[in-house]
Design a protein around this ligand. Structure first.
Ligand code: GTP
Length: 249
């Protein structure tokens, strides 16, 4: 491979941040201007993407060289859409959104994920400051897409979401928010309000020492297709029902 041109390295050096974490590092690239269609309006976000890497180096050239040697398309990378004055704006609205191939991309109504994705982007824009973290290694609450398809087979035969995961040998929920929170802390230290019904997400954020001002619930798009799924979240996964308070609020 011919050597990288110095102007290419210089351009990327301005946009890549090394976040050290013990023997690993997160490489954060951005901000990149991203105009996003939200119904009939266009909102412009600042997009960042990150990569966790065992090699910790200040040499951006070294990182770029490695990229072409591994097929990142076979793996998952997470990213964040920041809106408004994300560093300094008052009380930003945050969404930690777990990837859902079926709900977010295909618009499946078996879950409420696609609705929550669109709705939280709108809420962030209406609020004026915020960020949506799209967590790409969270599919199926951490079991991966192929395993989620197998869980769906069980669910079509009477198992609920939690039982299906457990019967395939997984835990109900293995998601970690550590990388996303670390990136959040680089982008902002002022208070945040989290859009979620899941108290575990709120706890993870509070435990990290982040200044958490509160929680905004997000329920909706209930249909005959996702009624059982939504009820299982409340009855078995500890999600906070629309009309009840939360000790962590
Ligand atoms: N294992 C499994 N995962 C599912 C199923 N339906 C959706 N998911 C995944 O569930 C994740 C979203 O988790 P939820 O429990 O719906 O919601 P949450 O993220 O914990 O909480 P909120 O912040 O309130 O949305 C996504 O990664 C989806 O891929 C399912 O039937 N089985």
């Amino acid at each position: 491979m011919p050597g990288l041109q110095q102007n290419v390295i210089a351009l990327l050096e301005q946009k890549i941040k090394l976040i050290r974490r013990g023997k690993e590092a997160l490489y954060l690239v951005g901000p990149i201007r991203l105009p996003v269609s939200l119904e009939d309006a266009t909102a412009t976000f600042q997009w960042y993407c990150w990569l966790r890497c065992e090699e910790v180096t200040d040499s951006i050239e070294r990182i770029i060289e490695k990229l072409s040697a591994v097929n990142l398309a076979e793996m998952q990378q997470s990213s964040v859409l920041a809106y408004g004055d994300f560093q300094d704006g008052e009380n930003a609205l945050i969404r930690m959104h777990s990837i859902c191939h079926t709900g977010d991309i295909f618009g499946s109504q078996r879950c409420d994920c696609g609705f929550q994705l669109g709705q939280s982007l709108k809420m962030i824009v209406e609020h004026g400051t915020g960020a949506l973290f799209y967590l790409a290694n969270h599919e199926g609450r951490g079991i991966g897409l192929f395993s989620k398809a197998m869980a769906y087979v069980l669910q079509e035969n009477g198992f609920d979401t939690v039982e299906a995961n457990l019967n395939l040998g997984f835990v109900d929920d293995s998601r970690s928010y550590n990388d996303a929170i670390q990136v959040l802390k680089v982008l902002r230290s002022k208070p945040v309000t989290l859009i979620t019904n899941n108290p575990k997400k709120l706890e993870a954020l509070k435990d990290s020492g982040m200044d958490v001002a509160g929680r905004t619930p997000l329920w909706g798009d209930v249909s005959e297709f996702n009624e059982k799924y939504l009820q299982t979240k409340i009855n078995r996964s500890g999600h906070i029902a629309a009309n009840s308070g939360c000790p962590n609020d």
